[in-house]
Design a protein around this ligand. Structure first.
Ligand code: UD1
Ligand code: PEP
Length: 420
């Protein structure tokens, strides 16, 4: 197993090129299941979750060509299986996103229940209830969701009592090929939802309202292939910006999407950073400024993203003043706090808030990555901690950050990968 060794680093400086978004690419690759024509996706990040998705699609009979870096062509001319096995699903929860497309294309689907993970229980009841409203028969048996429909799925009005990114995506893909109109009320508004709708529309779907809380999908009988470029990763971008701020650096993120990061950029400015944006770049300058702790509450988009919460806990730990970070999306997303405490961070957990005293002097220590963004927060802390920080279990990190040690190294950080 690999680990990362991080030594106290100088202020980060320079340019970093942002990759395609993991959370956009995963549902986008699933759209290939909805058509018998080839689909080409570009700006696909080289990540463990992408490899898992490609393996899952291959298992279903999808032809895969990966002849160019960051490009995947998927061809689901026919499908040979309707089953997503536990072996693959257990390593990546987003595998549940094959459920809607398989049901729409084949009329049957067997998908292993993804189960919970380190950050929370993560049920899929909203995915299932929405598909049932569209006429699917669903049973959960031996850990599998077994779904079928007689003929086509039917358009329906679906109200979601909790805003769910994954359920909105699954239902949007299913509804694209359903008979009649589907309206999703209280839909998620994340940029990745808009990216998925844009891709589906480029395949011939009729979707309006993506990016608002009411999405209308007029079902069509068939979809055609696509050539689609994945949206830049707003969470990767935010992570490099926080790393720049914490080290007192000056960094420019290139090939980014500033309009997807309003809540994060506003908190970085409150923390004392000067932030400048262009059409596809964001520059953060923290040189000579005092890092100040901020108050953050996670919320569905356009609120502050839960996927940036852990990085801001690290920021608050070393910033001046008391910081409060409240998590409202996942019930157990503070696994990074005990690890940061082991490095000397003075943070208290009060129900769903992490309260930091400020100006903690961090010391390198052996720490454990427990989930993807927790890993990122430990790296950020390691950059300013005295001595060496050894982060184990970084397979979590490889799920979501393309070439992280090269990218950080390019900014002057002292990060190396070693085997344990
Ligand atoms: C691959 C991907 O895009 N992952 C993102 C996606 O996860 P994911 O799509 O799994 O997250 P959801 O938006 O569905 O979850 C939001 C909340 O709804 C709850 N819920 C969800 C579905 C359901 O059927 N029932 C239910 O109760 C969840 O437990 C959670 O408390 O959105 C999360 C919230 O922005 C992000 O942190 C993840 O990075
Ligand atoms: C929680 C995340 O991903 P996933 O939903 O794939 O677990 C994340 O990207 O931070």
């Amino acid at each position: 197993m690999d680990k990362l060794i991080i030594k106290k680093s100088p202020p980060l400086a320079g340019d970093v090129v942002i990759s395609g978004a993991k959370n956009a690419a995963l549902p986008l690759l699933m759209t290939s299941l909805l058509t018998s024509e080839p689909c080409r996706y570009t700006n696909v990040p080289a990540l463990r979750d992408i490899n898992t998705t490609v393996a899952l699609l291959k298992e279903l009979g999808v032809g895969v060509v990966e002849d160019e870096k960051n490009t995947v062509t998927l061809h689901a001319e026919t499908l040979s299986s309707d089953t997503a096995s536990y072996e693959l699903v257990r390593t990546m929860r987003a595998s549940i996103l094959v459920l809607g497309p398989l049901l729409a294309r084949l009329g049957t689907a067997n998908v292993s229940l993804p189960g919970g993970c380190a950050i929370g229980a993560r049920p899929v009841n909203l995915h299932l209830a929405g598909l049932e409203k569209m006429g699917a028969n669903i049973q959960v048996d031996e850990g599998y969701v077994r779904a079928s429909v007689d003929g086509r799925l039917k358009g329906a009005r679906i109200f979601m009592d909790i805003v769910s990114v994954g359920a909105t995506e699954n239902l949007m893909m299913a509804a694209a090929l359903a008979d009649g109109e589907t309206v999703i009320e209280n839909a998620a508004r994340e940029p990745e939802i808009v990216d998925l709708a844009n891709c589906l529309n480029s395949m011939g779907a009729k979707i309006t309202g993506a990016g608002s809380d009411k999405i209308r999908i007029q079902g069509v009988e068939t979809l055609h292939g696509c050539d689609y470029r994945v949206l830049p990763d707003r969470i990767e971008t935010g992570t490099y910006l926080v790393a720049a701020a914490v080290t007192g650096g000056h960094v420019r993120c290139l090939k980014a999407a500033p309009e997807t990061l309003d809540a994060v950029l506003s908190k970085l400015q409150q923390a004392g950073a000067t932030v400048t944006t262009g059409e596809d770049w964001i520059e953060l300058d923290m040189r000579g400024k005092t890092l100040t702790a901020v108050k953050v509450k996670t919320a569905p988009h356009p609120g502050f993203p839960t996927d940036m919460q852990a990085q801001f806990v690290a920021l608050n730990a070393v910033a001046k003043g008391t910081g409060v970070i409240t998590e409202t999306i996942f019930e157990n997303r503070f696994m990074h706090v005990p690890e940061l405490q082991r490095m000397g961070a003075e943070i208290e957990l009060e129900t769903n808030s992490a309260v930091s005293k400020g100006e903690s002097v961090l010391k390198g220590a052996p720490v454990m990555a427990t989930d993807l963004r927790a890993s990122a927060s430990l790296i950020i802390a390691g950059l300013v901690a005295d001595g060496e920080t050894h982060i184990s279990r970084i397979y979590h990190l490889d799920r979501g950050y393309e070439a992280i040690e090269q990218k950080l190294g390019g900014l002057g950080a002292n990060v190396t990968r070693a085997s344990e």
